[in-house]
Design a protein around this ligand. Structure first.
Ligand code: TYD
Ligand code: MG
Length: 453
């Protein structure tokens, strides 16, 4: 590709270099030099990202823009549709990130197989045979989904030209490489260049493209941060690999809210949509066990009933252990300190273990009261009745604080047949026609008196 010209630029100050160097001579930053294409061949479609077609646009009055007619592609997956804001927008680029093995490839292959449209699933990670085996598990006998194992973008576009798919899935952006850039696949400049080519393809042909992106150890999408700015929607697929539940959430969405979330269950034949998450997250045992409390939390826009388990036992070693799964360990320590100092419970010499069942992770402060109730229940070995739940935050002074959207939480509990919910006295509640008994409390003692005495 002789006609392509590249150069190296500092990502910090923009200085241009002819060769790669480790440190920028101008701003003295290390490892900021990245290769970029500055001039390309002109005759192949979608590859001249510097030469955006100028369809000269004119200013339009905001009142005259017709926004209601935006078409959305239904992808036959209620949870995914909802997270996208009502379906896939033609010509949009969606980036799906998540830990290895969480089910990204499964989710997108499943969508590609279920759609009655011509779909192209490009994999740079697995062989045709592997994908076929997976497809057999998920949705055998599909007639409209093409699989391509290829990593060079120029070849991918050639195939796209031939089969003109309605939707393209790329697994994964880090395995692609473009001929125009010499660095290896997955490097910052390759990821950026390949994404730019895909964006041009998507916008010019109005074809939606879904990319899978790897994430780094600290949970960010691998590659340049600018990748997230380039695409229209960034989704994250998360969960604990040892459990079956997976959560899909939007971190960025140009076409909808980022507060929606989708819940899936990983099964032997793919991912199943979970439309009633509260019911599946609660264990079905009838006998009341001590150390278990139910919290009404809100994940994104959806109320969710979750089960919290605590185990309090006398510490065998000098320093008591505190550990939390699915809950912030620092917050657990804070709640224990509040219990000790403000409510007079001697937990300083006790081991405390906390677990949120179902393998999900919650950082909603409204589950504080349920955490405290679970701890006190385990400590006194008195079970909390099965049809009781909690929705309140606890402050440093030991006061029970109001939480946002409390009515939605109460309604969810009511819907699931709970008979009693503890909320803060300071929450304004104007609910009528609920069967549930709403107990207003202001101090931890109020709860203790009601439940354990
Ligand atoms: P995968 O989609 O390969 O994850 P990613 O692309 O995010 O790395 O998911 C792999 C896991 O999913 C693997 O541990 C097996 C499991 N799985 C099922 O439980 N059921 C299924 O139907 C499929 C296809 C995979
Ligand atoms: Mg994969």
């Amino acid at each position: 590709m002789a006609k392509t010209k590249t150069a190296f630029f500092c990502q910090n100050c923009g200085t241009q270099y002819a060769k790669w160097v480790g440190q920028c001579g101008a701003c003295k930053e290390w490892n900021t030099i990245v290769e970029e294409v500055i001039q390309k061949e002109k005759d192949i479609p979608w590859q001249n990202s510097n030469d955006v077609k100028t369809t000269s646009s004119k200013p339009v009055l905001v009142g005259q823009i017709n926004a209601s007619s935006e078409f959305r592609l239904d992808i036959y997956d209620k949870e995914f549709n909802r997270v996208l804001g009502g379906g896939l927008v033609p010509g949009s680029l969606v980036l799906l990130g998540g830990e290895p093995g969480i089910g990204k490839s499964t989710l997108l292959l499943q969508i590609a197989l279920r759609l009655n449209l011509r779909t192209l699933y490009v994999s740079g990670e697995e062989s045709l045979k592997q994908i076929k085996m997976r497809a057999e598990r998920i949705h055998p006998n599909n007639q409209t989904c093409y699989i391509l194992t290829e990593t060079k973008t120029q070849n991918i576009f050639k195939q796209i030209n031939d089969i003109t798919p309605d939707i393209v899935v790329i697994d994964s952006i880090q395995t692609l490489h473009s001929d125009y850039i010499e660095s290896s696949a997955g490097s910052i400049s390759q990821v950026r260049e390949c994404t730019a080519e895909l964006i041009r393809f998507a916008k010019e042909t109005n074809t939606p493209v879904i990319l899978i992106g790897h994430i780094t150890k600290d949970g960010n999408i691998a590659g340049p941060k600018i990748l997230e700015h380039m695409v229209d929607t960034v989704l994250q697929f998360e969960g604990d690999r040892n459990y079956v539940y997976r959560i899909l959430r939007a971190l960025k969405n140009r076409f909808g809210s980022t507060a929606e979330l989708g819940i899936y269950e990983m099964q032997g034949d793919g991912l199943r949509e979970v439309s009633n998450p509260s019911e599946v997250l609660l264990s079905k045992s009838d006998s009341g066990l001590s150390g278990t409390a139910i919290a009404s939390t809100i994940e994104g826009m959806r109320p969710l009933m979750i089960e919290i388990q605590a185990l309090v036992s006398t510490a065998v070693y000098g320093t008591p252990q505190r550990s939390a799964t699915g809950y912030n360990a620092k917050r657990l320590n804070m709640l224990l300190a509040v219990l000790e100092k403000r409510a007079g419970f001697r937990l300083g010499a006790k081991d405390v273990f906390l677990n949120i069942t179902g393998g999900i992770s919650v950082d909603d402060p409204a589950i504080d009261l349920a955490v405290v109730a679970a701890i006190l229940s385990s400590n006194s070995d008195v079970p909390i009745e099965k049809n009781v739940c909690f929705a309140a935050e606890i402050g440093l002074a030991g006061e029970i604080r109001p939480v946002q959207r409390v009515e939605q939480r109460i309604l969810e509990a009511d819907k699931l047949g709970f008979l009693k919910v503890f909320v803060s006295k300071n929450n304004k509640i104007a609910l009528k026609n609920t069967k549930i008994d709403i107990v207003l409390v202001s101090k931890i003692e109020d709860v203790v008196n009601d439940l354990f005495l």
